[in-house]
Ligand binder design. Sequence first.
Ligand SMILES: [Mn+2]
Length: 313
Amino acid sequence: MSTKKNYAGIPDEFAQLEKAKIILIPVPYDGTSTWGKGSDKGPQAFLEASENMELYDIETDTEVYEQGIHLTAPITENSSAEAMVNAVHKTTKEYIKRNKFVTLVGGEHSISIGTIRAFNECFDNLTVLHIDAHADLRESYEGTKYNHACAVHEASQTTNLVQVGIRSMDAIEKTFMDDEKTFFAHDMVNDEYWIDKVIESLTDNVLITFDLDVLDPSIMPSTGTPEPGGLFWYETLDFLKQVFEEKNVVGFDMVELCPNEHDKSADFLAAKLYYKMLSYKFMGKAADEEYDNTYDVDYKAANASLKYDDDED
Ligand SMILES: [Mn+2]
């Protein structure tokens, strides 16, 4: 994967680390997926599609790339799932501590174990808003807790976990599921107030982990495990926009793009959804306005001695 290119072909002045408010970390990892392989190709397909996307967003009347988007080197650690999770955790935390809005693109959902751990260590009262067809609550799967089927188990124990769009799970996962904070797809389809109910269950600081298989396979066929009965484009945007408007979304990851070389539309959807989320995050903010990701000051003080290498990528 090339690291020379800028995200979406944006000009260099908006892609440099020092000035960029937004960090994009590709994690091309597919070590534990069970059926459709290929999410390791997700970040590359996502980046290629991004280059073919208009950078002006009609809905928000913004060009969010002017806030600065720095594409980091991909995290390629794959000696074990645990080593990958540790690498994601470390890198994510470093950029949070540099006061950036940190985003990641996978790769399979096990990467989010590292994402969530990093954000949870840096932000108080964190909600993990888990948007997915699958509950991903297993304590371990195939002998490891660093499996995509376990992506939010740790979050269920350590954060305010809210799950949206769920339509596939094992009965054992009910053990770890909070019924009040779980929004099943079959209920959402008959409830015009589901968005309000989800937002009521969130704390102020929200990390979004977005598994693309939450979307209906008719618009997002390129995932490892496409489940019928998913969300559609405009309801997804309505929902995300309200979350960004009403809460402090501190970062997000987007996972499980498993590209199909014969159909690029799903890659393009992922690219556009990512850009939409950035547009919602920064709407109403001038490009020259300073960004403050408001990470926990106690955390900052306790770790003041940590050193960062400005030239690491
Ligand atoms: Mn899933």
